[in-house]
Write a protein that binds this ligand. Structure first.
Ligand code: NAD
Ligand code: DAU
Length: 362
């Protein structure tokens, strides 16, 4: 068995579905998803594998170390793949406390449980165990236009409470390898996009708003750059690191695909114009520049030479093919969007976008 924390969130659920459907999947190796089901966790994300004999679910806060240790002892997994986190930068600016709790204290609690569990194992079971920590490129801070992309040795320089909390968790994970010999591997990935991403993040927010004839809010001058990777490519990279990554190492994962935010939004509008034309004209007419995000990182770029060279991983999707798949998925899953954006989501939009939010309320 493997444990997947945060397996009902965006990347975690894609990982679980891909894991259960992957070629050569062992039907006798189930996945136990541990997820607290916050606003970002949704069991509907796992609907396609709900009846799969390999899926088990525990509603579990990772901060409860004793409960996690009891699950580890009961199920004896060969690996913990750790996705669970508070993941949205804007939310971390408005309320950093929850990020400190889940991302730092939660990772600490999980590490403590894993350390105790690993210490009780012997022989090949002990040797085979892995703790894979899923992290982000945001720990490296912001790049100027002509600076080289982040490598695994780039100095940590987190700028948002989210990035700082992830950086702290990375350091704890590293320390558990060096101090206690826990066999950890860490991945630092760039911006993901694809099915089941909560519509608070740039790409699904723009698709959802465009389809509802609402404003498309671009922060600042829209020239900030992100390195976009299709979620399926990220999940394949994580599987590869779990399979062959060296304990104690970190691996950067990225798309070699830098795009300015305004160009992302324009491409979404152009694809929607083609796939779901709006009688009123191009969706681009809804683009609105709004107040910048405080401390907004200018540019992220990942140098993924290490994982390419050592583990033979490469992204399969281009931004063009990945974005097309993503938009098609959102067009086909209006019910999912409606479900996850009901209730508290409207309160979030009002808080985050202030005056500009009136354009969201239809
Ligand atoms: P998400 O917000 O969509 O999902 C997070 C999941 O964690 C949810 O299912 C939520 O219910 C669960 N969770 C939150 N707090 C919990 C707790 N205390 N105990 C148990 N479960 C809890 O996040 P995501 O975008 O899927 O990101 C997953 C991981 O990948 C995160 O660690 C994030 O830092 C990292 N990451 C994300 C991106 C990206 O572009 N989204 C890129 C690189 C790395
Ligand atoms: O780089 C990896 C990180 O990517 C992950 O670790 C985070 O979990 C994930 O949320 C993401 O962080 P970003 O802050 O880069 O993603 P977000 O989708 O929030 O924003 C992408 C860019 O778009 C960023 O420059 C801010 C901008 N933006 C975002 C929103 C929500 C806008 O211009 N308008 C918006 O309304």
């Amino acid at each position: 068995m493997i444990f997947v924390t945060g397996g009902a969130g965006f990347i975690g659920s894609n990982f679980v579905v891909d894991w259960l459907h992957r070629e050569g999947a062992a039907i006798d190796e189930p996945v136990l998803v541990l997820d607290a089901l916050t606003y970002a966790g949704n069991l509907a994300n796992l609907a396609s594998v709900r009846a799969h004999p390999g899926l088990q679910f525990a509603r579990q806060d990772i901060c409860d170390s004793a409960a996690v240790l009891a699950l580890l002892r009961r199920h004896r997994p060969r690996a913990v793949v750790h996705f669970a986190a508070e993941s949205h930068v804007d939310r971390s600016i408005l309320g950093p406390g929850e990020f400190v709790r889940t991302n730092i204290e939660g990772t600490f609690s999980l590490l403590e449980a894993a350390r105790a569990y690993h210490g009780e194992r012997t022989g090949s079971e002990r040797d085979a165990f892995r703790f894979l920590h899923v992290s982000t490129d945001e720990v490296y801070g912001s790049l100027e236009e002509h600076e080289p992309a982040f490598t695994e040795t780039t100095r940590y320089a987190p700028n948002s409470p989210y990035a700082a909390s992830k950086a702290a968790s990375d350091h704890l994970v590293r320390a558990y390898f060096h101090t206690y010999g826990l066999p950890v591997v860490t991945t630092n990935c760039s911006n993901n996009y694809g099915p089941f991403q909560f519509p608070e993040k740039l790409i699904p927010l723009m698709i959802a708003n465009a389809l509802q004839g609402r404003s498309l809010p671009v922060y600042g001058d829209g020239q900030n750059v992100r390195d976009w990777l299709y979620v399926g490519d990220h999940c394949r990279g994580i599987r590869r690191v779990l399979e062959a990554g060296r304990p104690g190492e970190t691996y950067n994962i990225g798309g070699r695909n830098e795009v300015r935010n305004i160009d992302v939004v324009r491409r979404i509008c152009a694809m929607l114009d083609e796939l779901r034309p709006d009688g009123g004209g191009s969706y681009a007419r809804h683009i609105t520049y709004i107040k910048d995000r405080p401390g907004h990182d200018r540019r992220y770029a990942i140098d993924c030479t290490k994982i390419e060279r050592e583990l033979g991983w490469k992204p399969a999707e281009s931004f063009e093919t990945g974005l097309r798949k993503t938009i098609a998925w959102y067009l086909d899953h209006a019910d999912w969007v409606a479900e996850v954006t009901s209730g508290k989501y409207r309160a979030w939009v009002a808080l985050q976008y202030g005056d500009a939010a009136s354009a969201f309320q239809g």
